[in-house]
Design a protein around this ligand. Sequence first.
Ligand code: AMP
Ligand code: MG
Length: 418
Amino acid sequence: MMVETMISVDEALERILEGIEPLGLERIPVTEAFGRVLGEDVCSSLLIPPKDNSAMDGYALRSEDTRGAGSGSPRVLKVIGDLPAGSTFTGCVERGQAVRIMTGAPIPSGADAVVMKEYTEAQGDEVRVFKEVKEGENIRRAGEDVRPGEVVIKRGTAISPSEMGMIASLGLPFVTVYQRPRVSILSTGSELVEPGEEGGEGKIYNSNGYSLYGQVLSTGAIPSYIGIAGDERDSLREKLSLALKAGDVVVTSGGVSVGDYDFVKDALKELEGEMMFWKVAIKPGKPLAFGRVGGKPLFGLPGNPVSSMVIFEEFVRPALLKMMGRERIYRRVMEAILAEDVKKSPGRRHFIQATIEERDGTLYAHPLKARGSGILSSLVKADGLLVIDEDVTHMEAGSRVRVQLIKDDFLYQKRRAY
Ligand code: AMP
Ligand code: MG
């Protein structure tokens, strides 16, 4: 089947995503789970903390025994035990008694509060308490963190350090996650040579293969580098079938427009499967091939380096995240103040490379001057992409604009006051 019409960004994305299903599951050690996506809800069978325990180093006691205590009027209690973390005290704290306790140790029966060590003075087998404490003071309650039966982390969550710690605190050494797709990356174009190879007249280095490699890595999927196919039918067919063998998903760049040497389209047509060739109302970008060959999704991205990256961002990345079971698949979009006028032609949604600056708590977006679809250095400088709607032709400096953040780590050079 072949459809060749101009469709909107939203429609293209919807049509891509509707055919994408999450992959299967696997079990891995928690130490290997960083960045992976949880494949099932993590439920607790435990009470965390398991027992009421001390939030401070100090003395467990009966709060009534401290009534009236102050810096000049200590209460004197008999110390009947010592409770380092990890041990338990079997006795009971009676009136006039206290147990020396360390942070995390379970509160002995009879005691209902802990006084911080700083407000006490040990004297032989007695302790002088210089502060009144309320019932429950400095006690962490059993189950205040997690209760049995509770869903602690939801399926579809990306596992970050806090999730790793949480899973471990439930006593689980392994975790069930979604499998990661292998993504074959194939660059097309007879003008391309690999970095490290001899350049020469009319040749340029293959950059898309490497930016796409990084983009695949940044989704958490596994890139599989196929290399370059020249603009000849046979070379392309051969490399494409390699790509299809090596990956669960194939991403190609170049050769999808309407030039005489745009063989990717022909090669894809020849492959059995369903391919769609779209003109998407997007800039940079426009030509995009999407389809399925032997059940595997295939994305034919445009060749211009910025187009290739932006189209990956907008369409391939959400699709890969969905395949990996992620619940949240879209980049963060912030509102910012446009720092300079922007003009554009109507009809397509524009994604414009911009830097972001924060001043007095407000974000300002500076569109980069050189931002053509061949200017890859613009994406090196950019923090994000201004998203400007189809029908808009002019945005004035000072107006509100949406910025999609495209770098995984958006860090500040100067430490912010807080
Ligand atoms: P195409 O879509 O194949 O017509 O390519 C459009 C433009 O992008 C041409 O100037 C190509 O040389 C350039 N281009 C295509 N593929 C790559 C690549 N892998 N790395 C760098 N530039 C490329
Ligand atoms: Mg080409």
